[in-house]
Design a protein around this ligand. Structure first.
Ligand SMILES: [Zn+2]
Length: 272
């Protein structure tokens, strides 16, 4: 398997760079956040420390060890301090082929109210299930490491491994029971079986959060004029499971549209 960016298939690199651009175009990331792709059981690829919208060439890409989260090339350009999110998810779930970390402002509010979990309420986001888990850096790490700087950044393997456990156990395919986990006051991690799939899941996670926020506003508005608070008809377990499966089967449909959008926008460049 390739241990150098120069040896990696150009089609895969194009898909990766398109994925970075699409995430930005759909506001999953701004200057922060990142996408990675597994290259082999022990190696993954992600861009260097830069805004995903500006990734354009092989020079922007770095190969990392799943085991350590460190670059294979000691002369590689600076990487993201939170690359351990990716390395530890790949380590814990051998079926995961792509990972996204996002700071989406649509999603972050649901990391702060334990009694109001993010849950599937649109058919394109059934993969979220009936309650998306929230990982709390303070409860899960800082309380055991009181001298650590509480930056909320997942900047070592121990924190990454702790976050990975929030996705629950691996199934028989090596995939986590939860495709997404929120990070308190920070963002979320999203997993998938391909770049196309993880980008789709990350986009529809944010869409779902917007709908859920809107419906909560509707309920709040109506409750000021009525003594009866209306029920919110979230998806049940079966609806979430079945719609989630359908989304996975249909993930290829939006990709050509999303690629066309970023290809026609001069902000995004491809130099392969
Ligand atoms: Zn982050």
């Amino acid at each position: 398997m390739a241990s150098s960016i120069a040896n990696i298939d150009e089609t895969l690199l194009r898909t990766y760079i398109h994925g970075c651009h699409i995430m930005h175009h759909h506001q999953v990331v701004d200057a922060y956040g990142h996408l990675s792709i597994r290259i082999s059981p022990t190696i993954f690829l992600m861009c260097r420390y830069m805004a995903p919208a500006l990734v354009s060439s092989r020079d922007d890409l770095v190969l990392y060890s799943v085991d350590t989260g460190e670059a294979l090339d000691s002369n590689a350009p600076r990487g993201f301090s939170e690359r351990y999110i990716h390395s530890e998810v790949y380590k814990a779930y051998p079926g995961v082929q792509a990972v996204i970390h996002s700071h989406s402002l649509d999603v972050v509010p649901f990391s702060l109210v334990p009694s109001r979990p993010l849950k599937a309420c649109i058919h394109m986001a059934g993969f979220l299930g009936t309650a998306v888990p929230v990982w709390d850096a303070t409860a899960s790490y800082y309380q055991q490491h009181p001298d650590a700087e509480r930056s909320m950044l997942v900047n070592n393997t121990e924190m990454g491994a702790s976050l990975a456990t929030a996705l629950s156990t691996a199934d028989c395919y090596g995939l986590p029971q939860h495709a997404v986990a929120l990070m308190r006051g920070h963002g979320y991690v999203c997993t998938g079986e391909s770049i196309e799939m993880v980008v789709a899941k990350a986009i529809y996670t944010a869409h779902n959060a917007r709908v859920q926020t809107t419906v909560n506003c509707l309920v709040g508005a109506s409750s000021t004029t009525s003594s009866n608070t209306p029920d919110i008809l979230y998806f049940d377990e079966r609806e979430a499971t079945d719609t989630g499966r359908t989304t996975i089967q249909g993930a290829a449909k939006p990709w050509p549209l999303w690629v066309a959008e970023v290809t026609k926008d001069s902000l995004y460049t491809m130099d392969l």
